[in-house]
Design a binder for this molecule. Structure first.
Ligand code: FAD
Ligand code: NAI
Length: 469
């Protein structure tokens, strides 16, 4: 037909979902075109999400740890922050290395990258419009939609660069004196942690009655306690009722349980109230792909949409909007197209908030068990009894395991504390392998490590614990 390029697999979007699908399909011998509107590959996660946020959170951790060593006899003084260097380290040494690496990997695999914004024109063709207006028509036998998501805007917020989404906050234009974070979810608390460490007075407003509503409250408590100490304020059960941009600041009114009575003035506002999928901006209707009213695309266990040769993966297919879910789905879609008999069968997907302390959870939560009336057993090991936690002066943690009451198998886990995200992996594996409390309690863990707390929690449940500390 009228195609400029043809391929067996067209992947729309080059985030963790898209690049993984493209690379896997190419490795399986398929001819692949990868379409991306931005100049670098990697999507939200590598360019303006997971990776730059973790770089800045590392900086934050170095600063706060240095601040808190005074009572063991060390003091470093106030940090001297060179924002230009910090930004350039994040952009060039971290993000740039990864996105550049992706471009090389695409080339090495023979994946053709077509730059521009893609809009389906039919079930077998997409038109890609480059920045200079040039249109490339890509014909395909199969497609994988991995167009991701974007930040939800605050309804009625004025158009002002001081009212930012996560991308604006990661750009780190300056260190504001006073900043309001709207939304006490993962993005709000991670970015709040960064700005607090850099010296900003941070306030968080959350309309639900607690921070990170999806996690168990016992995990949130140590984080909230620490944030209440460091931040200017944490206002739960409270809403922003108006936002006004004036020359000298953003004026904000609140209503609700913890609302300040007077109008507050902030130098910057971060809006982090969730993300919405990009399903409505890709011409899906021309390909016959069904998109719901919010922009999500429904798929089956093989990641197939209602159109049998068109697949969808990642944030655009629904919650949880996490990079490791997208990459896992990506492999399934590519393998199904290559003729493998596979499905998405992961039993659990871990969640981690890289705050200080970190919060990590997987599988059934206690709250869920309660609301669904599921009988469970649980064991929670307090880090105040861990020699390692004491020796690094971070005892405000806990490792909790949730067991099936009958089989004693691990069906959920929650960890709060430094490095909780790394520690969770053992529990995720335990759930996937059907391990029970014996399996974890009888596995010798190195001493003294924080990973021992997983073993200690299992021993607590078994009643065999003797070796506290
Ligand atoms: P995306 O990464 O959103 O990629 C979609 C790509 O498609 C984009 O590059 C976009 O430009 C392109 N695209 C869209 N439409 C078109 C079109 N019409 N034509 C051409 N190209 C198009 N997740 C974690 O697991 N861990 C974290 O620590 C974490 N931290 C985060 C921090 C922040 C600040 C944010 C915002 C998100 C974070 N996430 C994290 C979420 C994670 O970034 C997403 O889940 C992940 O990027 C989703 O991958 P994806 O492939 O579905 O889509
Ligand atoms: P979120 O859904 O995690 O949190 C949004 C919060 O804002 C919720 O607590 C919600 O109750 C609150 N909220 C919504 N509207 C509000 C309003 N008008 N006023 C006050 N509070 C309001 O969304 P967030 O933090 O924007 O992140 C989006 C997604 O990005 C996450 O859900 C996650 O999938 C992904 N992400 C993952 C990270 C990780 O894995 N470490 C890090 C950052 C983002």
């Amino acid at each position: 037909g009228n195609n400029d390029v043809t391929c067996q697999v067209m992947v729309l979007g080059s985030g963790p979902g898209g690049y993984t699908a493209a690379f896997r399909a190419a490795d399986l011998g398929l001819k692949v075109v990868l379409v991306e509107r931005y100049p670098t590959l990697g999507g939200v996660c590598l360019n303006v999400g997971c990776i730059p946020s973790k770089a800045l959170l590392h900086t934050a951790k170095v600063i706060t740890e240095a601040e808190e060593t005074e009572h063991h006899g060390l003091s470093f003084g106030k940090p001297d922050i060179d924002l230009d260097k910090l930004r350039s380290w994040k952009a060039n040494d971290v993000v740039g290395k990864l996105t550049g690496g992706l471009a090389q990997m695409a080339k090495a695999r023979g994946v053709t990258v077509v730059s521009g914004t893609g809009q389906f024109t039919s079930p077998n063709q997409i038109a890609v419009t480059a920045a200079d207006g040039k249109i490339t028509l890509v014909g395909f036998d199969n497609a994988i939609i991995a167009a991701g998501s974007q930040a939800t805007k605050f309804p009625g917020a004025p158009d002002d660069e001081r009212i930012m989404d996560s991308t604006g906050a990661l750009a780190l234009a300056d260190i504001p004196g006073r900043m309001l974070v709207i939304g006490g979810g993962i993005i709000g608390l991670e970015m709040g942690t960064v700005y607090d460490a850099l010296g900003t007075k941070v306030s968080v407003v959350e309309f639900m009655d607690g921070l990170i509503p999806g996690a168990d409250r016992d995990l949130i408590r140590p984080l909230q306690k620490r944030m209440e100490k460091r931040f200017e304020s944490i206002m739960v059960s409270t809403k922003v009722s108006s936002l006004e941009a004036k020359a000298d600041g953003i004026y904000v009114d609140f209503e609700g349980a913890n609302a300040p009575k007077e109008t507050q003035k902030y130098d910057r506002v971060l809006v982090s109230i969730g993300r919405r999928p990009n399903g409505k901006n890709i011409g899906a209707e021309n390909a016959g792909v069904a998109v719901d009213e919010r922009g999500f695309i429904a798929v089956d266990k093989q990641m197939r949409t209602n159109v049998p040769h068109i697949f969808a993966i990642g944030d655009i297919v629904g919650q949880p909007m996490l990079a490791h879910k997208a990459t896992h789905e990506a492999k399934v879609a590519a393998e199904v197209i290559a003729g493998h008999k596979v499905e998405f069968v992961a039993s659990v997907i871990p969640s981690v908030a890289y705050t200080d302390p970190e919060i990590a959870w997987v599988g059934l939560t206690e709250t869920e068990a309660k609301t669904k009336g599921i009988d469970i057993e649980k064991a929670s090991f307090p880090w105040a009894a861990s020699g390692r936690a004491l020796s690094i002066a971070r005892t405000e943690g806990a490792t909790k395991l949730i067991f099936d009451k009958e089989t004693h198998r691990v069906i959920g886990a929650g960890i709060v504390g430094i490095n909780a995200g790394e520690l969770l992996a053992e529990a995720v594996l335990a759930i996937e392998m059907g391990a029970d409390a014996h399996d974890l309690g009888l596995t010798i863990h190195a001493h003294p490590t924080l990973s021992e707390t997983v073993c200690f929690a299992a021993e607590l449940k078994e009643g065999t614990i003797t070796d506290m500390l």
